[in-house]
Write a new protein. Structure first.
Length: 626
């Protein structure tokens, strides 16, 4: 597969969104498309799917779109199920309708061959069985079981009807179906939105090994770093290609800008020098020819365009001038959170200046904890004791506003009625609401604009305690980085929920982790927590393996690995021999013989899977012990 797009543009209505798109997509490419909110990232994805959106761009190259090979594109745009009374497992199995139809035909052929040992039936059965195996008939069940588990669905969930799942869960189901369809080009627009860290890591692991082409739009820097090998940036309507992951893109972009700027400045100096010579000597008969040659030198130059400065526009505020509260901000005494049942219990003193990150799976109480300590809902049990002189700012991830029919200016002034018109305009201007933007109705704002308005309301009030629930949803990377810098220098107390690992890693000096039906406090940041978590996983594996090998030393471990490798070789030879048997006339013409051989093939495949797992565990332990 290959797609080559040259000098393409996209105009929607009277607005030019993209001016000069140059992009190549090849088999197995892992591509990120990055840029500011509103730069045209989603528009580009849609145009790659529907090429009729493209038109000739403003570049000098001829506009063209070239496609080689047959391929299908998978894109999750919106969640829509034809029938929500279908169970989860039946909806997932729709992705394997072809294989399931083959299974049904194979079973029907078995019944027919029992009644009529016809050569045509035997031939169809043998061919169908080979196709079934080639298309993954023996492994597709394991494939969807793994993905369901990775996305947090349990055995009990399989028989639940789609209508009984939440909106977020339905999105994950649609996402699983998309992944199982294995398109030749998988296009993902903000795939990590609303996913918890565990699910993001599982998705990351899956996409790393995705065997076909992949294009991702995401503001999750760590996610991009761990997956992509090519980055296309959209800047001022033009695409720029960088080879490597996101971190490499940031470094190379800076280097490219500096080099281009130096080359431009050098060329401008040279042009100025040559023009000076021309102007000085052009009227002197003995020097006129030389002067003219300098002008021709300028005309022959490939003029370097001055590089545009990066679009770094973002909101601005200062949180240094805050009232100093008491040393103990809050004391959580036997605090249990929940509505109709307890979701967890915690005892904790929160001190002035702490920055506490809260992480864990979706739907287990993180937002409930924030609402409880902020007094939005009552504790299920226990109590929260508050310190003195607290001025709390609370950011709700649902972005609830006072009145969606309000304008931006009305919403802001209703929240801070002490401000006059000019003061309110200046405050909103610092959060990029300039000119007529302040007259926009809340109900027409984008997600990013609503986030900026909420932050403007909260931060202008100079809180000394900030409680933030997923503040970076809908933010582009530059805005995230700016918010990180503001909060890193913030002298007050910060308590926040986030699934953005980079954000948590940069800000949290301690963690509250919802895990195993408990709320656990860790007096250190995400990097140390992540290291210890991975070590604990290894320790658990080690313990399990050590029991299996009766605490043998490394020499015995090596011996065990070699024995398993020998057993794998033996089983693989047996498997090949059985497969070869199926092609013999006396076998494929005898239904009972072929059935017996296929049953033995299934048994050996299962045995091999177990041996591979055991070998993987033992070799992991071998590496750990080195």
């Amino acid at each position: 597969m290959n797609i080559k797009i040259r000098n393409a543009g996209v105009t929607l209505g009277i607005n030019t969104i993209l001016e000069e798109v140059n992009i190549d997509i090849n088999d197995k490419d892992k591509i990120a498309i990055v840029g500011r909110n509103g730069a045209g990232k989603t528009t580009l994805l849609k145009a790659i799917i529907d090429n009729s959106l493209f038109e000739s761009g403003v570049g000098e190259e001829k506009f063209s779109i070239t496609k080689l090979g047959k391929f299908n594109i998978g894109y999750l745009e919106q969640v829509a199920f034809s029938n929500e009374d279908v169970t989860l497992i039946d909806e997932i199995k729709k992705s394997f309708a072809n294989l399931i139809a083959m299974e049904n035909r194979i079973n029907n052929l078995v019944s027919e061959m029992n009644q009529n040992n016809n050569n045509d039936l035997i031939k169809e059965y043998t061919n169908l069985l080979e196709d079934y195996k080639t298309l993954g008939g023996y492994s597709y069940q394991k494939e969807y079981e793994v993905l369901l588990n990775k996305f947090g669905f349990t055995e009990n969930d399989k028989n639940k009807k789609l209508k009984d799942f939440s909106g977020g869960e339905k999105t994950k189901i649609a996402f699983i179906k998309l992944l199982l369809s294995k398109p030749d080009l998988l296009i993902l627009d903000e795939p990590t939105n609303h996913l918890d860290i565990k699910t993001i890591e599982n998705l990351e692991s899956y996409l790393k090994d995705y065997p076909k082409a992949l294009i991702i739009v995401s503001h999750d820097r760590l996610f991009l770093d761990n997956i992509v090998n090519i980055v296309y940036e959209i800047d001022y309507g033009k695409t720029y290609k960088y080879v490597g992951n996101y971190s490499n893109y940031e470094k190379e972009k800076e280097q490219r800008y500096e080099k281009t700027l130096k080359d431009y400045e050098y060329q401008q100096k040279e042009i100025k020098r040559l023009r000076g010579i021309y102007e000085r000597f052009r009227f002197k008969p003995t020097k006129a020819s030389m002067a003219l040659s300098k002008l021709k030198q300028i005309e022959k130059m490939d003029l370097i365009e001055k590089p545009r400065s990066e679009d770094l526009r973002t909101f601005h505020t200062s949180l240094n001038e805050i009232i100093k509260p008491s040393k103990i901000i809050m004391n959580l005494k036997n605090l249990e959170i929940g509505y109709d049942k307890s979701l967890g219990k915690i005892n904790l003193e929160i001190l002035r200046g702490q920055k506490i990150g809260i992480i864990g799976e979706n739907g287990i109480g993180k937002s409930t904890l924030l609402k409880t300590i902020n007094g939005k809902i009552k504790p299920y049990n226990g109590e929260v004791e508050y310190g003195l002189n607290l001025n709390v700012g609370y950011f709700d991830q649902n972005l609830a506003m006072e009145n969606n029919d309000n304008t931006v200016l009305e919403e802001f002034r209703n929240y801070l009625p002490s401000l006059n018109y000019e003061e309110a305009r200046r405050a909103l201007g610092s959060f990029l609401f300039k000119g007529d933007d302040v007259e926009k109705k809340i109900n027409v704002l984008s997600g990013g604009e609503k986030v900026r308005l909420q932050l403007c309301k909260i931060l202008f009030n100079k809180p000394n305690v900030l409680i933030l629930d997923e503040p970076t949803n809908h933010m582009d990377i530059i805005s995230k980085e700016h918010l990180e810098n503001i909060l890193k220098d913030y002298p007050g107390t910060l308590i926040f929920v986030s699934h953005d690992r980079y954000f948590v890693k940069k800000l949290a000096s301690s963690l509250l982790v919802f895990e195993n039906n408990n709320i656990t406090y860790y007096p250190y940041g995400y990097s140390q927590y992540d290291e210890q978590r991975k070590e604990n996983i290894i320790v658990k594996k080690d313990s399990k393996i050590n029991k299996k090998i009766n605490n043998n030393n490394n020499n015995n471990l090596n011996k065990e690995i070699k024995n398993i490798e020998k057993e794998i070789n033996i089983k693989e030879k047996e498997l090949n021999n059985l497969k070869n048997e199926l092609y013999k006339e006396d076998v494929y013409s005898d239904y009972l013989k072929s059935k017996e051989i296929n049953e033995n093939i299934n048994i050996i495949n299962n045995e091999l899977n177990n041996l591979y797992l055991k070998w993987d565990e033992l070799t992991s332990l071998q590496i750990t012990n080195k």
